[in-house]
Design a protein around this ligand. Structure first.
Ligand code: NAP
Length: 297
């Protein structure tokens, strides 16, 4: 049986892209991405990635650290064989914190590219910064890593480069380079909005992606979020994604269940009122669902 991508999912994909974000180099990013953390390196992972693309996701968020890039690549290529153009996809990988430095970054990049079996990546990120508490030479290490990122970008192996979990003191030095970070991927969800950092990035023209938009599922039972969901006749998960969208953050939800993958995409028409956004931002006071993963601790 030949399986093809349905017209409906192509419409979702189009909406996802047309409502997206422009990076400062003119490249467009989709409005939502599919997270691949915790999908085991297996046929199930390849199927989940392919299903996600067939459902309308166009941004695939991966990383060397997830140890599943071979399966992620298989899923991407399966979707391509079913009629999705490679140029429609926005494939991301990241260099792990134990592989920082110029040569390690180069080696990690080409290992990811090789595991994914792709010719280029759309976005490459430094997964976590070297930090003052853990690396005595943290500033030099971040700069050497960034030099490799710039080289990969200028040589055309990757269409955009950025960072993840970078706080202002990690970012500062990189902002003096010829090519500066285009993206910062941060933990963002109701309960941990990192609003000041998100705003600072946006003021510097850095697009923010939000990881764990459901706080790894931990925020989805919250009474405030569910009351807002009831008012909009939608799910708590969709409220979390609309929350990110209204902060101009690209959420990266992960689901291994096809039905949730599909329903999670259906949030673009939800507009939360100022009062509802205020209620969700107030959840920061109790750090609802915060992972406790901090770049300097
Ligand atoms: N840069 C970084 O340092 C960093 C760190 C963490 C994550 N990330 C990225 O962000 C992505 C997302 O974060 P995450 O995977 O930590 O967590 P998440 O997306 O916040 O939550 C995923 C959890 O929510 C469940 N879920 C998804 N949709 C649901 C729904 N509609 N109703 C109920 N439960 C639902 C999933 O279960 P099912 O699978 O069973 O549906 C899974 O257990 C990752 O996959 C990764 O790509 C990046």
């Amino acid at each position: 049986m030949v399986v093809t991508v349905s017209d409906e999912s192509k419409d979702i994909a189009r909406a996802n892209r047309s409502a997206g974000y422009k990076l400062r180099n003119g490249i467009s990013m989709p409005v939502v991405g599919y997270g691949t953390w915790a999908l085991p390196d297996s046929p199930e992972c390849a199927k989940a990635v392919c299903d996600a693309i067939r459902a309308g996701y166009r941004l695939i968020d991966g990383a060397a650290f997830y140890k599943n890039e071979r399966s992620v690549g298989k899923g991407i290529r399966a979707a391509i064989s079913q009629g999705v153009a490679r140029s429609e996809l926005f494939v991301t990988s990241k260099v792990w914190v134990e592989n920082l430095g110029y040569q390690n970054t180069m080696d990690s990049f080409f290992k990811s590219l090789n595991d994914l079996e792709l010719d280029y990546l759309d976005l490459y990120l430094i997964h976590w910064p070297a930090s003052p508490n853990k690396h005595p030479n943290w500033l030099d290490l971040n700069c050497a890593t960034w030099r490799a990122m710039v080289e990969l970008y200028e040589e055309g192996y990757v269409r955009a480069i950025g960072v993840s979990n970078f706080l202002p003191h990690h970012l500062e030095k990189l902002l003096s380079f010829r090519v500066t970070p285009m993206v910062n991927q941060l933990e963002v969800h109701p309960g941990y909005s990192q609003r000041a950092l998100v705003t600072l990035c946006q003021e510097h023209g850095i697009v923010v992606e939000g990881w764990s938009p459901f706080g790894r599922g931990a925020v989805l039972q919250d009474a405030t979020i569910n009351a807002i969901a009831d008012a909009h006749e939608c799910t708590a998960a969709q409220v979390c994604l609309a929350f990110c969208r209204q902060l101009k953050v690209i959420p990266l939800p992960k689901s291994s269940a096809s039905n949730r993958m599909v329903s999670n995409l259906d949030f673009l028409d939800i507009t939360l009122s100022t009062a509802e956004m205020g209620q969700l931002l107030a959840l920061d006071d109790i750090k609802l669902g915060y992972s406790r993963e901090h770049p300097d601790r």
